[in-house]
Design a protein around this ligand. Structure first.
Ligand SMILES: Nc1nc2c(ncn2[C@@H]2O[C@H](COP(=O)(O)OP(=O)(O)O)[C@@H](O)[C@H]2O)c(=O)[nH]1
Ligand SMILES: [Mg+2]
Length: 442
């Protein structure tokens, strides 16, 4: 195995920049780099100088040594904490490479951790999720996965399955007519209660879990002057879009990031849809319609004072804006407001919490406190779906003693599908894809 090295901190200027080195040559290489001949004590921070090839001091900083297998990768690891200057870190890294290390691929440190049994595959994925989390709620989920919570639940399901398969296999040794008739009922109810039910619960969480990391796009659409830009500013808490009484103010698609119940949301404010002779506005309208088509969610806004804006488009949520113009009892409108409209005032903020709640529900929110552990990746969802498929296929074979061996086969395949979540079995083909999405130095 090569010894690998990379800058682990993001590029840019910072107080401290970290270079990581992992592999059997890490310790000796660090001795050469620092001119220190006594062995480094593991897990001690030591103030050292880093020298270039000509013996000049490149920088001074801390050196940490972790001896195998007690390190992130399970190999000898050295971390250099230098000053966070890009030129300095690059020079330091070049020196480390000159001394025999190879530049690490994205995710290679974590991949080695998996290869050396330090992390399960789903924990390695959680490392990437921790780094990518855009909201605190997403980060907390990633942390649960990193701590191995999800893996433990999957392992528990695998243990149940091992028990059921063993049960079937014990019966295969009997002549067919002696298979205890109650066995099938027992197997079926254990399958349903201890496997199908928890897997269904997990699958139900996947929409929300995946959105927590992938985020959602929400387009605000409607006629000119109904208050789309005002709503964008209100929801994001920023004066991002220009608001004016002149129709046709917004001509481009404006984007602003905020979160709804921990889901990162990209909110799109669009040009009001109307006929226009202005080519710029026409293009804005075209873009508005395109944005609405590709958005995960669309919010249609109408103006309570202008019935011509009420023709509800094909949207996920319809809101009636400017309801502050109505009397407190809701009277004073030009026409009765259809029930499908949620009444708000983007200006005063009234009704906006209801709108947020509606958005959260449509984005699959699981109330905080009830969320437990979520399925947070497409890969895990796929594996759980295929597990369930094998389990159910095996289930249809129960009842027929001749097919018991086939049922056992299906359930062993179900076991393998669960195992792949943890990286057990033949997973080589998926590793490249998973780790290529990592940062360098992780
Ligand atoms: N009374 C009232 N006026 C509003 C409200 N929301 C927006 N407006 C006004 O409506 C006009 C158009 O708003 P704007 O957000 O630019 O609409 P857009 O063209 O749909 O983006 C501006 O004069 C806003 O101040 C509201 O809730 N109540
Ligand atoms: Mg606007």
């Amino acid at each position: 195995m090569d010894t690998i090295a990379a800058i682990a901190t993001p590029s840019g200027r910072g107080g401290v920049g970290i270079i990581r080195i992992s592999g059997s040559a890490a310790h000796d290489l660090a001795q050469e780099l620092t001119g220190i001949s006594t062995p480094f004590a593991a897990r001690y921070a030591q103030l050292v100088s880093f020298f270039d090839a000509d013996g000049r001091v490149l920088d001074s900083g801390l050196l940490l040594y972790f001896s195998a297998p007690h390190s992130y990768t399970g190999e000898d690891v050295v971390e250099l904490q230098a000053h966070g200057s890009q030129v300095l870190l690059q020079a330091l890294l070049d020196r480390v490479l000159d001394l025999g290390a190879k530049l690490a691929e994205p995710g290679e440190f974590t991949r080695r951790a998996v290869d050396n049994g330090k992390l399960h595959l789903e924990q390695a994925e959680a490392v990437a999720a921790c780094i990518d989390a855009a909201t605190l709620r997403a980060a907390r989920q990633a942390q649960l996965h990193l701590q191995g919570e999800f893996g433990r639940q999957i392992s528990a399901l695998m243990d149940v399955l091992t028990g059921l398969v063993a049960h079937i296999e014990a019966c295969l040794d009997f002549p067919e007519e002696e298979v205890p008739p109650l066995l099938f009922d027992q197997l079926r109810s254990r399958l349903d209660d201890e496997l199908i039910k928890p897997i269904d619960t997990a699958l139900r969480s996947a929409d929300f879990g995946e959105r927590l990391f992938e985020g959602a796009s929400v387009a605000i659409i409607g006629a000119p002057n109904v208050g789309k830009s005002t709503l964008l500013n209100r929801l994001s808490g920023r004066e991002r879009a220009i608001v004016s009484p002149l129709p046709g103010t917004t001509r481009d698609v404006l984007e602003v990031d905020f979160e709804v119940s921990g889901i990162p949301v990209r909110l799109l404010d669009t040009a009001g849809v109307r006929e226009s002779d202005d080519v710029v506005e026409q293009e804005g309208v075209r873009r508005a319609q395109a944005a609405a088509q590709t958005a995960d969610l669309t919010i249609f806004i109408a103006d309570v004072a202008d019935v011509s804006t009420w023709q509800a488009a094909d949207a996920d949520i319809c809101v009636m804006n400017k309801c502050d113009l109505l009397a407190a009892d809701g009277s004073g409108g030009v026409q009765p407001i259809p029930d499908c409209f949620l009444r708000i005032s983007a200006d005063s903020g009234a009704g906006v919490d209801d709108l947020l709640a509606r958005m959260a529900a449509l984005l699959g929110e699981i109330p905080a406190g009830e969320e437990g552990l979520l399925v947070t990746s497409k890969r895990h969802r796929q594996q759980l779906l295929s597990t369930k498929e094998h389990l159910l296929r095996g289930r249809t074979m129960l009842g027929d003693a001749e097919k018991l061996d086939l049922a056992a086969l299906e359930w062993r395949q179900a076991w393998s599908s669960l195992g792949e979540i943890l990286g057990i079995g033949d997973v080589e083909h998926i590793l490249d894809r998973i780790f290529s999405e990592f940062c360098i130095g992780k």
